[in-house]
Design a binder for this molecule. Structure first.
Ligand code: KG4
Ligand code: ZN
Length: 335
């Protein structure tokens, strides 16, 4: 087996993992609390936090894996898409780790990582061909993954969001309801106390095919909230959270069901931060098809999924990898 150090710094989590082949030996995630006060990620602050955290996070990942730095045989790193300042911190660190040892470096696409994160599932790993739903703060898409080595070229994009990502819609809705950032966990928690049918919010069912749209939902919530005074909002906050979560989950489910019906696929895998949502996980279980659901720590950003996707990517030899550059939001092979 080959010992891989994987690094992920595309947004606001500083992550490192050690894998032996596809076998995960350690997975360390340092989340940045500095953005909470701003209600969203501040790119400049994120990059500075990564610079401070990346060394200790890698040291911790090696220690937990029981591996010395000199035993690592290759380095996998997220190249994009994401915040370029954040990505560069991870990419330059990966080069600095690999160069003195003349190790190969494996550049990995962040979405490729989310697409294959179900290989780290507690439930059975997905059998190909299968459907994958990725729903995160930056991306929402449906794809078909065929058998063999799931290289980026073999991933067939079936649908994508036409506007906001599911996680972005959740965060914006949570913000309208006065919940903190990121809004997903807080919204899901509050939704437990509310009635999901109290408000009928749109699921963009009229958008035909397998593309998603969340902008109408966000606007619909804004119109409801605008009509409420502070006391009314306090009284209805849980109902609004439950109704909003219901609309996001049903928007996703409608496309998953359509994709299963038109593709004939019988197995669904999920990934991305929104895949941590309990209601979505329950609704998927009701489908009755094969399911691969990663543990929550592998849904939100993590380096373990980058190490797994690296198995399907081409390594770049030293010193050629020193020329690799990061790519930003909206770029890369999966769009
Ligand atoms: O995959 P991720 O960590 O980062 C990106 O690649 O964007 O996803 C972050 C998103 C955020 O929008 C966050 O609110 C959402 O995932 N999220 C959740 C939950 N946990 C995180 N959404 C719904 N329910 C959750 N439990
Ligand atoms: Zn992500």
């Amino acid at each position: 087996m080959t010992l891989t150090l994987a690094i992920e710094t595309s947004c606001d989590d500083t992550c490192a993992a050690v894998l032996d082949g596809e076998q995960l030996r350690s997975n360390v995630i340092a989340s940045q609390g500095v953005h909470d006060a701003y209600g969203g990620v501040v790119p400049e602050l994120a990059a500075r936090q990564h610079v401070e955290a990346i060394g200790p996070v890698i040291a911790d990942a090696l220690r937990r894996a029981g591996v010395e730095a000199d035993e690592i045989e290759r380095v996998a790193v997220t190249r994009g898409p994401g915040l370029v300042g954040s990505l560069l911190c991870g990419l330059q660190t990966a080069k600095a780790f690999a160069a003195p040892r003349a190790l190969p470096l494996i550049p990995v696409d962040h979405i490729h990582g989310h697409l294959l994160s179900a290989r780290l599932a507690q439930t059975p790993p997905p059998r190909a061909p299968h459907l994958v739903l990725v729903a995160s703060g930056g991306h929402t898409l449906l794809a078909r993954v065929d058998g063999g080595d799931p290289r980026v070229e073999r991933i067939d994009l079936l649908g994508r969001t036409l506007d906001d990502a599911a996680g972005e819609a959740i965060d914006k809705g949570a913000r309208l309801l006065g919940l903190g950032y990121p809004g997903g966990p807080a919204l899901a928690h509050l939704a437990l106390q509310g009635d999901p049918h109290a408000y009928e919010l749109p699921t963009s069912a009229r958008v035909a095919g397998l593309d998603f749209s969340f902008s109408g939902l966000k606007t619909a919530l804004l119109y409801v909230v605008r009509e409420l005074n502070d006391d009314e909002l306090n009284a209805r906050r849980a109902d609004l959270a439950a109704s909003y979560q219901h609309a996001v989950v049903e928007t996703l489910m409608l496309r998953v069901e359509r994709a299963l019906a038109c593709s004939g696929l019988e197995h669904v895998a999920i990934g991305g931060g929104v895949a941590a949502n309990q209601r979505l996980r329950e609704r998927l279980a009701e489908l009755g098809c094969g399911l691969s659901i990663p543990a929550r720590e592998f849904c939100t950003d993590n380096a373990a999924m980058i190490g797994v996707a690296a198995q399907a990517c081409r390594p770049v030899a030293y010193p050629d990898h020193l020329r690799l550059d990061a790519y930003g939001t909206g770029q890369g092979p999966i769009r």
